[in-house]
Write a new protein. Structure first.
Length: 466
C-alpha cells in the first residue's frame, strides 16, 4: 500500500538494489527488518525496523507474521541450569526518526533514511526499533511527527533536519523528557537535551585559524557573506584569532544576492591606497630617471606592477563556496592580493576536489572531517544501495549507531550522550556537550592541483578535562 494516509506517509519498504550476490545477506536482513506502518487517522511510523519478530507499535494494524511453533520441550534449557546461563532479555528501544520524506527536501530525507538503516544493520542491536516519521520539511510537520512518535513510544528523537523544525519539536520533546539528536548545524537551535549534530561553523574556524597561527600567520582578515552563516564565521574568527595570539586586521562582508561584490574586495585589499603608492613612487623615479640609470631601471620594473606594497594581512578566511568562492578569488587576483603572500583559509564548504583547478587556491587550507571512517562508510553505502551517500547521510549513520550502541549497554542510555570522552563515528571523533552542540575533531587539508591532501590529521580523542 503506497500513498498519503492522515498526517503520515506510508509506503512499502523496499530493499536497495545491489548487483553482487554477496550483498544479498544484508539486503535480505533489510527486508526482514522493515514493516509497513498502519493507516490510521494520526501519523504512523513510515517504516518500522527492529529485531525480527519484535512487536509492532500499538498503532500498527497489519498482523505480525505468524509466530513459529513452540519449541519441543527437549529443546528448552534444563531446569537446573543456572540463571546466568540463560540468554539475557533484549531491551526494546524505540527511536523516532523525524525526516522530510515528502516536499522539497525529500531527497535529503531519503539520504538520511538510507544511512540510518545502514547504521542499524551494521551495529546490529536486536532491541533497537527505528520508527520513521515524515516532517514534510516544515515546522508544523515536524511537530506533528514528534507528537506521533511520542504517542507511539519513542524514547529518543533523531532528527529533524531544519532549525525551524527543531524548534517546533523541542516543546514536545522536553514535555516528555525525550532527548533530540537533530541534524541541524544551527547552534541557536539547541536547548536542554536538544542537540545539533551537524558540523558547526565555530569549530571549523577555530581549527583552521589555530593551524594557520601555528604555521606563522599573525595578521588575519575575513571576507564573509552577510548571512547568519557568514556572521557566525566572522565572530568565530575574531575569537579564534585572539586565542591564537594574532590580530584581526580587517573584516569585510558582502551581499550574496548581488552579482558583483567587487567594491567590497577592492576596499578589503586596500587597492586604492596601494595603487596611489605605486603612482607616487613612479612619479618620483621619473624625475630622477633622466640622470640616474638606477632610477630608470627601477621605473621600468614598476611599469609591470598594478600596486605597490603588500596587503596588511597574511591570512584571509573565506567562509564561502561554489561560484561565490571562485568569483572572490578572481577579484582578489584582480586587486593584486598575492596568494604567495596571503594564505587563503576556508571552511567545510571547500570540500570540493576541483578547487585545485583555480591556481590561486593551490596551497590554501581548509578544515575537514576525518576521511578514514568516512571512506569505509562510502564503500559500504555504495555497495548496499548502488550509490554513494551524502555528507548529510553520514550524520544519520553516526546518530543511529550512537543510539544503538548506548541502548545496548545501559537501561538508562541517554544520560551518556554527553560523555566527556566522546565517540568515534564515520566522521571521526565527536562529542555532544551540555550546551547541545557537537564538538568534532577535524583535520586540516591543503588544496592541490589534483584535489587535496592532509597537512594536519584529525586528533582521535579529546583531551581530558577539555
Amino acid at each position: 500500500m503506497n500513498g498519503i494516509h492522515g498526517n503520515g506517509y506510508n509506503t512499502t519498504a523496499r530493499p536497495p538494489v545491489a548487483g553482487k550476490a554477496r550483498r544479498l545477506g544484508l539486503l535480505a536482513l533489510a527486508a526482514a527488518l522493515l514493516a509497513l506502518a498502519a493507516c490510521d487517522k494520526g501519523q504512523t511510523p513510515l517504516y518500522l525496523s527492529g529485531r525480527p519478530g519484535g512487536p509492532p507499535p500499538a498503532a500498527a494494524a497489519p498482523a505480525a507474521p505468524a509466530a513459529p511453533a513452540a519449541p519441543q520441550e527437549a529443546a528448552l534449557p534444563p531446569a537446573a541450569a543456572p540463571e546466568a546461563a540463560l540468554p539475557a532479555p533484549v531491551r526494546e528501544t524505540r527511536v523516532g526518526v523525524l525526516l522530510p520524506l515528502t516536499g522539497e527536501a525529500a531527497a535529503a530525507g531519503q539520504s538520511l533514511r538510507d544511512a540510518a538503516l545502514l547504521a542499524q544493520f551494521e551495529v546490529a542491536n536486536p532491541g533497537l526499533i527505528l520508527q520513521f516519521y515524515d516532517t514534510r520539511g516544515t515546522a508544523e510537520g515536524a511537530r506533528d511527527a514528534a507528537l506521533a512518535a511520542k504517542d507511539q513510544g519513542a524514547e529518543l528523537f533523531i532528527g529533524p533536519l531544519f532549525s525551524q523544525s527543531v524548534s517546533a519539536v523541542t516543546a514536545v520533546a522536553q514535555s516528555a523528557g525525550i532527548p533530540v539528536l537533530s541534524f541541524s548545524s544551527d547552534a541557536t537551535a539547541t536547548s536542554a537535551n536538544v542537540f545539533v549534530s551537524g558540523f558547526l561553523i565555530r569549530p571549523q574556524v577555530e581549527r583552521v585559524v589555530s593551524f594557520a597561527a601555528e604555521q606563522g600567520a599573525r595578521r588575519f582578515a575575513v571576507l564573509a557573506p552577510a548571512t547568519p552563516y557568514g556572521h557566525a564565521a566572522a565572530a568565530a574568527a575574531q575569537d579564534a584569532v585572539a586565542r591564537a595570539g594574532g590580530v584581526m586586521v580587517r573584516t569585510a562582508v558582502f551581499d550574496p544576492a548581488k552579482v558583483n561584490f567587487s567594491p567590497v574586495i577592492k576596499e578589503l585589499s586596500s587597492y586604492a591606497r596601494r595603487k596611489a603608492a605605486l603612482e607616487a613612487e613612479k612619479a618620483k623615479l621619473a624625475l630622477a630617471a633622466e640622470t640616474d640609470p638606477a632610477s630608470a631601471e627601477a621605473l621600468k620594473r614598476l611599469e609591470k606592477l598594478d600596486t605597490l606594497g603588500d596587503v596588511d594581512f597574511d591570512a584571509l578566511l573565506l567562509p564561502i563556496g561554489g561560484t561565490s568562492l571562485r568569483q572572490a578569488i578572481s577579484l582578489l587576483k584582480f586587486y593584486d592580493v598575492d596568494p604567495g603572500q596571503v594564505k587563503f583559509l576556508g571552511t567545510l564548504l571547500w570540500q570540493d576536489e576541483t578547487l585545485g583547478s583555480e591556481p590561486a587556491l593551490v596551497g590554501a587550507w581548509f578544515p575537514a572531517a576525518s576521511r578514514v571512517g568516512y571512506e569505509r562508510f562510502v564503500d559500504r553505502h555504495t555497495e548496499t544501495y548502488g550509490r554513494p551517500p551524502t555528507q548529510l547521510g553520514s550524520l544519520a549513520y553516526d546518530m543511529v549507531a550512537l543510539a544503538a550502541a548506548l541502548s545496548r549497554q545501559s537501561a538508562t542510555p541517554w544520560r551518556y550522550l554527553t560523555a566527556p570522552g566522546g565517540f568515534i563515528g564515520v566522521n571521526g571523533a565527536f562529542r555532544l556537550d551540555s550546551n547541545g552542540q557537537a564538538d568534532r575533531m577535524l583535520a586540516v587539508r591543503e588544496v592541490t592541483r589534483t584535489g587535496s591532501r592532509v597537512v594536519s590529521p584529525a586528533p582521535t580523542r579529546f583531551a581530558q578535562g577539555n
